[in-house]
Design a binder for this molecule. Structure first.
Ligand SMILES: [Zn+2]
Length: 248
């Protein structure tokens, strides 16, 4: 018997319902849209949950808070339509601001218990040199919420949801923005779809900024395929949920 037989790396092509928990409006798509578009084509339903209000990233300083919020959602819906996102949810924590880790985890638990995904995608909170606290906080709270979803003594932010939730099987957690991938996904067939979705995030990038982002994604998607038989890739860390504790 090996560790791999006890905690096998789950096959993400088995995914039926995927909850993608992101710090900001564009992270799921920048980090994993190629893979998510593939899984959607494979029959999976996609649900996006955004932790913060993302207002600090809005380029046009003359926009009111309300207008900026509306335009961010417009961009996200446009991108979501391209990838095939079924439902979008927002928590509205202050972008780059102060908020409570445990409140965030309770909200993630709530949506995990409502949506009952078999896979959860999020940003890798252990990415070395990641300085953005929203990314670290969101990735870690999402991982903990995945681990604790079935422990109903651990409360979510909605007692009514907790009262009716009886547990469900989460097959795996998938980290994007990772320096320790265990799978390079072949996104050759969905690369153009990913870039079309990323280009929807107009409120957060001026033209040079967007061009730079696309250039960086382009270079990275090719760099990660060294030694592979395809030319465009997304690096992912895919883990059995029981691998989220004590180093197994
Ligand atoms: Zn972000």
């Amino acid at each position: 018997m090996t560790i791999e037989t006890i905690l096998p790396t789950p096959n993400i092509f088995d995914a039926k319902r995927i909850l993608c928990i992101q710090p900001h409006y564009d992270d799921n798509d920048i980090g994993a849209a190629g893979t998510l578009a593939l899984l959607k084509q494979n029959g999976a339903e996609l649900f996006y949950l955004t932790a913060t209000d993302d207002l600090m990233g809005v380029v046009d300083g003359s926009l009111s808070k309300e207008d900026a919020a509306q335009e961010l959602k417009r961009d996200q819906f446009a991108a979501g339509k391209i990838i095939g996102v079924k439902e979008q949810y927002w928590l509205g924590y202050p972008d780059a601001g102060e908020y409570d880790y445990f409140a965030l985890r309770r909200d993630f638990l709530k949506y995990i218990r409502i949506i009952q995904p078999d896979f959860v995608f999020t940003a890798d909170p252990w990415l070395t040199y990641e300085a953005h606290h929203d990314h670290i906080q969101t990735g870690l709270a999402a991982a903990e919420a995945v681990m604790f979803a079935g422990l109903t003594k651990i409360a979510s932010s909605d007692p009514a949801i907790d009262a009716t939730y009886t547990g469900h099987d989460i097959k795996g957690i998938v980290f994007y923005y990772t320096r320790e991938p265990n799978q390079i996904m072949d996104i050759s067939s969905t690369w153009e779809t990913k870039i079309a979705a990323v280009r929807c995030y107009e409120v957060q990038f001026d033209q040079p900024g967007m061009d730079q982002l696309i250039f960086a994604l382009d270079a990275k998607s090719q760099q990660v395929t060294a030694g592979e038989s395809f030319t465009r890739g997304e690096p992912l860390k895919i883990l059995h949920t029981s691998a989220l504790h004590c180093g197994f």
